[in-house]
Design a binder for this molecule. Structure first.
Ligand code: MSS
Length: 363
C-alpha cells in the first residue's frame, strides 16, 4: 500500500479525509467525497499545479493585483480593484483536469494517476472578459486567441517557455470567459488562483489560468511548452506538436459516486454526477449489468446552468453477487458518452463509460 501523505502547508485547510495526496502539487478528491449537492466544497476541491504555488503575499492586498491587457485597442494595466468597477457576473462551471481518468489507460501514460477526482463544480464570480475588452476599445483586428499568463515567479536559469503556465484559447471563448476573484462566494483561495483567475467555462482545467497577470489577444497561440506541445491529443509514442488537438472544450461525461464497493441486496439508490462540457447535460442512464440494460436516472437539485454538473440518482434492485455499475450521459446536442476511451499518449480526455464504472459486491 502507498504511504499515506499529508496535505502540504498551502492547502492544510483542506479536508484531509476527502483527499488523495499524489504529490504536493497534485491532490485529488476521493470519488465518494463529492456528495449529492451541486457545488464542490472548496475544502474538497482537487489541486493541480504545474509549478509550486506562489507565496501567500500575493493575496495580502488583493485589490492591488495588477493585470496587463494586450492586443486590444487601448492596451493597459488594470488592478483587480479597477476590474471590480467594470462589471460582475456569476457562473457555475465544472473545473476538470485534462488528465482526469488517466488512471484507466492501460499503456501507462506518465503523469498523475487521476481517477475521477480531478474535477469539481464551482461558483465563480468576476467580470466578464468581454466587458473589460469593451472598456479597452475592443480586440485588435486579426487576433485569434486569448492568451493568459500565470503569475508564478519562474525559477532562474531556465528558459521561461519551458516552464511558464501560459495558455491560449480560441477568441470565441470571449463569449463566456470570466476574470474571477471569488470562488464559492469567498475570495479566491491562493491554491485555486487567488487573487484573480481566468475562468473559461466549458474548457479543460489547464485553460483556467491561476494568479493571472496578463491577458493578451494574440494572432497565434503561445510558444510556451504547455501550449505548443503540452496538453495535446497525440498518438501513443508520438511527440507533442502544435498541429495536434489542444485540450480546450470538454465533452459529455458522468460517473457514479455511490455505492462504490459494497451494497445490500434489494433496492439501492445509485448516485453520480454528469456534465456536458460545452453543452448542458440532458440525460443520464445507469446500468447495473455492465451496460446490457439501462435505466434513466433523475437529476437532483437545482440546475446551475449549462456549464455546471448535475448530480443524479436512480433506484435499482440489486441481487446478490458482483455488479458492474456504469453511467452514460447525453448532452443537449445529442452527444452520448462513448463506451471506450480515445487512446492517446498522455492519457487526456477520458470519457469512456466503461472505464468509469465500479464493481460493487452485493450481499
Ligand atoms: N494556472 C497556473 N498559473 N499554474 C498552473 O499550474 N494548472 C492548470 C490550471 N491553471 C495551473 C493553472 C491545470 S492543469 C489545472 S487542471 C487547473 O489549474 C487546476 O486547478 P485547481 O484550482 O483545481 O488547482 Mo490540468 O488540465
Amino acid at each position: 500500500a502507498a504511504e499515506p501523505k499529508t496535505l502540504p502547508d498551502y492547502v492544510r485547510w483542506k479536508n484531509a479525509n476527502d483527499m488523495i495526496v499524489h504529490s504536493a502539487n497534485t491532490i485529488e478528491t476521493q470519488r465518494g467525497a463529492v456528495g449529492s449537492g451541486v457545488v464542490t466544497a472548496s475544502d474538497k476541491l482537487y489541486v493541480r499545479n504545474n509549478l509550486p504555488a506562489p507565496d501567500a503575499n500575493i493575496v495580502a492586498d488583493r485589490d492591488a493585483w495588477k493585470i496587463t491587457f494586450e492586443g486590444v485597442n487601448s492596451p493597459q494595466s488594470l488592478t483587480l480593484g479597477d476590474l471590480k468597477k467594470i462589471g460582475v457576473e456569476t457562473v457555475t462551471t465544472v473545473l476538470q483536469c485534462s488528465g482526469n481518468g488517466r488512471a484507466y489507460y492501460e499503456h501507462g501514460p506518465g503523469g498523475t494517476q487521476w481517477g475521477t477526482g480531478a474535477a469539481g463544480c464551482l461558483i465563480w464570480t468576476g467580470v466578464p472578459l468581454r466587458e473589460v475588452v469593451a472598456k479597452l476599445g475592443g480586440v485588435k483586428p486579426g487576433m485569434n486567441y486569448i492568451t493568459s499568463t500565470g503569475g508564478e515567479t519562474l525559477p532562474e536559469g531556465l528558459d521561461p517557455n519551458t516552464i511558464m503556465v501560459e495558455r491560449s484559447v480560441p477568441v470565441k471563448a470571449l463569449d463566456q470567459a470570466l476574470l474571477a476573484w471569488d470562488m464559492n462566494d469567498e475570495p479566491m483561495p491562493l491554491a485555486h488562483g487567488g487573487p484573480l483567475r481566468m475562468v473559461v467555462p466549458g474548457y479543460f482545467g489547464v485553460n483556467n489560468v491561476k494568479y493571472v497577470d496578463r491577458v493578451a489577444f494574440t494572432e497565434g497561440q503561445s510558444d510556451a511548452k504547455i501550449q505548443a506541445s503540452g496538453y495535446r491529443i497525440r498518438p501513443i509514442g508520438e511527440k507533442g506538436a502544435p498541429d495536434q488537438p489542444s485540450m480546450w472544450e470538454m465533452s459529455v461525461k458522468s460517473w457514479v459516486t455511490a455505492p462504490l464497493t459494497t451494497a445490500s441486496q434489494g433496492k439501492n439508490l445509485i448516485y453520480g454526477v454528469a456534465f456536458g462540457g460545452m453543452n448542458a447535460v440532458s440525460k443520464v442512464e445507469v446500468s447495473a449489468d455492465g451496460g446490457e440494460t439501462w435505466k434513466k436516472a433523475r437529476f437532483l437539485g437545482p440546475d446551475m446552468g449549462r456549464y455546471a454538473w448535475r448530480p443524479f440518482v436512480v433506484s435499482m434492485d440489486l441481487s446478490a453477487g458482483d455488479h458492474r455499475i456504469v453511467s452514460r450521459a447525453t448532452d443537449t446536442d445529442g452527444n452520448t458518452q462513448p463506451p471506450t476511451r480515445t487512446e492517446n499518449e498522455r492519457g487526456y480526455g477520458n470519457t469512456s463509460w466503461k472505464d468509469h464504472g465500479v464493481t460493487v459486491t452485493v450481499s
